[in-house]
Ligand binder design. Sequence first.
Ligand code: XIL
Length: 368
Amino acid sequence: MRLTRREILRLVALGAVSTALDSAGAEEQKPNLRQLGADKRLAIGSAFSTNELNPDDESLFRHELSRITPENELKMTAIRPTRETFDFARADAIADFARRGGLEMRGHALIWNNDRQPSWLATLSEAEMRSAIEEHIERTIGRYGGRIAVWDVINEPVGTVAFGPYMLRDGPFVQRLGPDYIAFAFRAARAVAPVAKLVLNETHTERDDRFGRDYRRHLLYIIDRLQDTGVPLDGIGLQGHLQPDKPFDPDEFGAFLDEIARRKLFIEITELDVNDASFPDDIAARDQAVAATYRRFLRTALANPAVRSLSFWQLGDGASWYFAQSVDESPSGQRRPRPLLYDADMRPKLAFDAVADELRRMPERPRA
Ligand code: XIL
């Protein structure tokens, strides 16, 4: 009998088998990523959403990971339907699961300056915007402060619009406050979270075309200005939505990680996945190319001991944001995205083995 990992984990959850995967025979024996990470002090995580609050999915996340990131449930779009109201129901449901499962939870994300923000933000004056940011941060950290040790205070600040010497992503916060919205949010977070780790999370930094190089430069510029003015910043999140149709230069990316580490900041890889749109239709060939993309990126990223956690943007292909955005045109579904470590039936793919190998190869992280 060949069981999918999901079926095995269900048996484990039911107590029908006592040890995770051993009972299913050699074929199914896979290391678990959490343990491979823990051996070298690297936390392993993934995005998780309320759609996955069911015994099958929950047991896979518990088995494989030490932390989860609510995919959308802590964002302003989810918890701030209006300026006056907070709706924490879905975020609470995830926090309860994390507690039951003994998982840490990452706080993603307090302030995200893009165009997908609640529309009421656009109506605020500068003074109202400042108090809205403070109130949002106070209430959100206040609710989960004891349970969330790391917060993405600012998500994706860098962009293509010039604000003085800064190049930033446009959106309601920068429109009202200019580049100071970043420092302001970090200070507001520190005021209510004296010990939590405060992170700035950014995308595209691994690309080695002009766009990616600009992103790295502008991000370092922001970091330097924050540090010059004593803003409480503890770490940098690099999302890692890998785009294999764009160039990647391991030396350049490695040097960029060194630049961050030199500034005494820790690094987290926060949203790793592989956009496989440019890869061949053939599934075996595609899975190999996806696995090779993970391998190449992680070989560089994990070599730097300042990188202290690795999170994927979901575990199974069926839950990926790329999958949700895709249209299944072929009768076999062959062109559906396969960006993650497990397929849509939760069977581990070559990408899983590639990640496990890289976790075994990486150097140990220093003690905190
Ligand atoms: C994505 C979610 O996965 C989608 O479900 C949602 O529709 C849009 O946001 N960078 C981030 C994440 O920081 O929050 C984004 O998540 C993916 C890109």
